[in-house]
Ligand binder design. Structure first.
Ligand code: C2E
Ligand code: MG
Ligand code: MG
Ligand code: MG
Length: 283
């Protein structure tokens, strides 16, 4: 930062910084050709309706298998894709591919399922974002109500007005909007009132500490009640133990997602989960 570089300031060569920078450049270089080379795949993690114990839908999660780098976690490349704006074409591919998957599922099964897609704030800033979402849904013949767009609080750090306007248009078209990672980082309760939401996804950070101890359940109980009072569906993320599921059931939380049910799996496996012995009944 320019204002920090006063007279008395000197910069020490930082080796960690240097390697991190090179690492980013390296990733970005390979990321550039990844879409064209078909190196991305979507995995699907089931979401389960607690009351019925049935799979109600899936969250689509991107996977990158680079011939040069091997499997790279989205935690390592989404940020770089955002900074380089590569997230715009990658994100559009994710949206269309996830809709295509759901369209195929709906064609085979009589039930209606939902698909949740993570959307970057950079995508939301594109002028044609609403049209792309409408087109992706129409192309795959899925009802807008079956497509949920997951956003994070980072929408508040960018051109807020422009983004909220788009979210309102999408909501009016019937699409669902979820606030992801609620409770992680700097989420503020006032966000809940300012966004046209359908769903609240409670971050794993609130699920991890859940034990039989009543005190550990205070936050989750309050969040579920708050979400419901606001007319939102509440989904718990990162559920790993059956004891957590039991507690969530008592709080009235609507849905769960986590390793307890299933890890994110490739498309073929996701279809098998729906066609399994319980016909999608998993708990
Ligand atoms: P997220 O949207 O909050 O997705 C949930 C993450 O938690 C996923 O990590 C999932 O594999 C992981 N997870 C689910 N259940 C459990 C559990 O029980 N225990 C633990 N330890 N982890 C669990 P993943 O797939 O590595 O994705 C990480 C993040 O990368 C996502 O967090 C999302 O922010 C971002 N991301 C993934 N795919 C996309 C994408 O297509 N577009 C965008 N813009 N971001 C994406
Ligand atoms: Mg998500
Ligand atoms: Mg999340
Ligand atoms: Mg997230």
């Amino acid at each position: 930062r320019a204002k920090d570089s006063g007279k008395n300031r000197y910069v020490v060569y930082d080796k960690t910084m240097h390697t991190e920078f090179n690492e980013r450049l390296h990733l970005e270089k390979h990321l550039r050709g990844a879409l064209e080379n078909k190196e991305f795949e979507l995995f699907y993690q089931p979401q389960v309706d607690i009351a019925g114990g049935q799979i109600s839908g899936f969250e689509a999660l991107i996977r990158w298998n680079s011939p040069e780098l091997g499997f790279v976690s989205p935690l390592a490349f989404i940020r770089i894709a955002e900074d380089s704006r590569l997230i715009v074409p990658i994100g559009e591919w994710v949206l269309r591919e996830a809709c295509r998957f759901l369209g195929d599922v709906q064609a085979k099964k009589s039930c209606t399922y939902k698909i949740s897609v993570n959307i970057s704030v950079i995508q939301l800033l594109q002028d044609d974002f609403v049209e792309i979402v409408l087109d992706a849904a129409q192309e795959s013949r899925i009802e807008p109500g079956c497509l949920e767009l997951e956003i994070t609080e980072s929408v508040f750090m960018e051109s807020y007005e422009r983004i909220v306007g788009k979210l309102e248009r999408l909501k009016a078209e019937g699409f669902r909007i979820a606030l992801d990672d609620f409770g992680k980082g700097y989420s503020s309760l006032s966000y809940l009132q300012q966004l046209p939401l359908s769903t609240l996804k409670v971050d794993k950070a609130f699920i991890d500490p859940l034990t039989e101890d009543a005190y550990s359940q205070t936050f989750i109980r309050t969040i579920v009640a708050l979400g419901h009072d606001m007319g939102l569906e509440v989904v718990a993320e990162g559920v790993e133990r059956s004891s957590q599921l039991e507690i969530l059931e008592h709080t009235g939380c609507d849905k769960v997602q986590g390793y307890l049910i299933s890890r994110p799996v490739p498309e073929k496996h996701a279809l098998e989960l729906l066609n399994g012995p319980g016909n999608g009944k998993v708990c």
